[in-house]
Design a protein around this ligand. Sequence first.
Ligand code: K7E
Ligand code: CUA
Ligand code: CA
Length: 609
Amino acid sequence: MFDDRLSKGRRRGRAALTALVIAGVGAALIAGSAFFPTLVEAKKKELRTEVPPGELDDYYGFFSGGHSGEVRVLGLPSMRLFKRIPVFNLDAGSGWGVTNESKAMMGGLVTGDTHHAHASYKDGTYDGKYLWINDKANNRLARIRLDYMETDTIISIPHAQGVHGIFPQRYPQTDWVILNSEFRTPLHNDGKGDIRDAASYNGVHTVVDAHDMKIVCQVMVPCNLDLAATDYQGKYSFATSYNSEGGATISEMLAKDRDWLVVFDWDAIKDGLKKKDYKVVDGIKMLDGKPGSRYAIYVPVPKNPHGVNVSPDGKYAVCSGKVSPTATVVAIDKLADAFAGKIEPKDTIVAEPEIGLGPLHTTFDGRGNAYTSLFIDSQIVKWNIQKAIDLYKNPKKDDTAVVDRLDISYQVGHTMASMAETKEADGHFLVSLNKISKDRFLNVGPLKPENDQLVDISGDKMRLLMDEPSYIEPHDCIIVRRDIVEPHVKDRADMDEHPLAVHKNAIERDGNKVTVHLTANAPVYGMQEVEVNEGDEVTFIVTNHDEIPDLAHGFCISDYGINFVVGPFQTRSVTFVANKPGLHWIYCTNFCHALHLEMRLRLMVKAKA
Ligand code: K7E
Ligand code: CUA
Ligand code: CA
């Protein structure tokens, strides 16, 4: 039966491949369809905005799950939710936070606050290998491998609180990932000394090695660092700072009319590391990026800036002040002169168009237009970057860089267009990630869903396509072309990647430690019974030997609070103290076979004498 399913799967795979080849040769062959299944066609004709049953989406959307602590994988344009990847959260559906493998990464924490999901790059576009996501709550960075779409590493970021903006290096490939600390803290945050003295607090710009996930160095700054971006040359990273005042209260943080866009010079950082121009603080190389240092320049931008995004042509960094109705455009090719002291940091600003109230984040269509989210106005505003630059040079009364406005529902945070964080921005779709849905969905109590709205940006005017409710609270997302990710995604694990993969069923006893090596093969576990003594420390290591795509087994121990899922060729383990004597059936929780209900074994815990 399962062999049959496998070969059917293979046949389907071949059919899909054939379809792809045909589509490449010419879409004329796909006659009779109102939809245009390939991106090539979407560019030539009108944008397809529906995905009928049986067809696949054109894009993967990787959405942050906010304080749910997870990452979500959606398809666009359908906006269907395919998968929730547990990262910092307890996930009963998969056993994340239950298995030894996940617990080892989570460090005893089951909460997180994810904001920014960004994928790995090669030469300015995604390579489909990894995704990084921050945990603002507990100051961590996680990496998700996209072949399994599972978290593979979580690290803690020292000397940092409110780890918020993150961004991978875009060129020549992702070797570094940078992170910002939104909250300033004492460098040695051990409660000793004067912790009330806000003037002594610091922010840090952290550089992480994307390959081994170790911290390369930190650059200390006197201000806070909020959102982050990298350039398309591998030379600079950017961070907005809304607390240039160094305040500890909201009124102090709002004192000045301008704060900063801080720009970090990567060549200088690399040189500083080589010349050992750092202190070692708790084992971390700490460079001093204070104003006047060679590591950072401070571009004065309007009041309390939030987002910073780099245009897909690599020319401009665009940020916006939450309490200023403007966006600020910084020319990246002027930064070298500013670092060299030939011009002032403020002279790198080439435009400051007035766009609307509460501007937060900006995205791009690859045709020279920027789309900025306006939290207070509840709008996406489309504006032309070159026109903004021209008008900044030669102001004309009654002329504006604004091209179009779209009312959204309501109070948008991030907005992201398809492929917009790459040099291949294609200007097809945009998602407006709104904080409030208000009257757009059936009422579900005082706490309503958020509303992620899908917008067609392929024409002159933006066109609202869809409202999609979502759970608290996606801050940000990226939209990645299907052909970049799909070839990397595997149907089964590489069994021997797990050092404990079970090839032979066995029980080992070492004093009161019992290790059970167990295979799972529909519809049986490799053993029908296991006997232990009350108080034993028991470890079950379970390997799924079914190679059928998606044939997962569960492993649930009755009354022990243990349940997890093991995918094809995957190994998962759990360790617990057998503190409840008696018979406890272990059963499979994934409906895997006609005899799935019989897939169980007896765990017999003999009571202490
Ligand atoms: Cu604007 Cu955390 Cu990116 Cu929320 S952040 S919106
Ligand atoms: Cu295995 Cu159900
Ligand atoms: Ca401020």
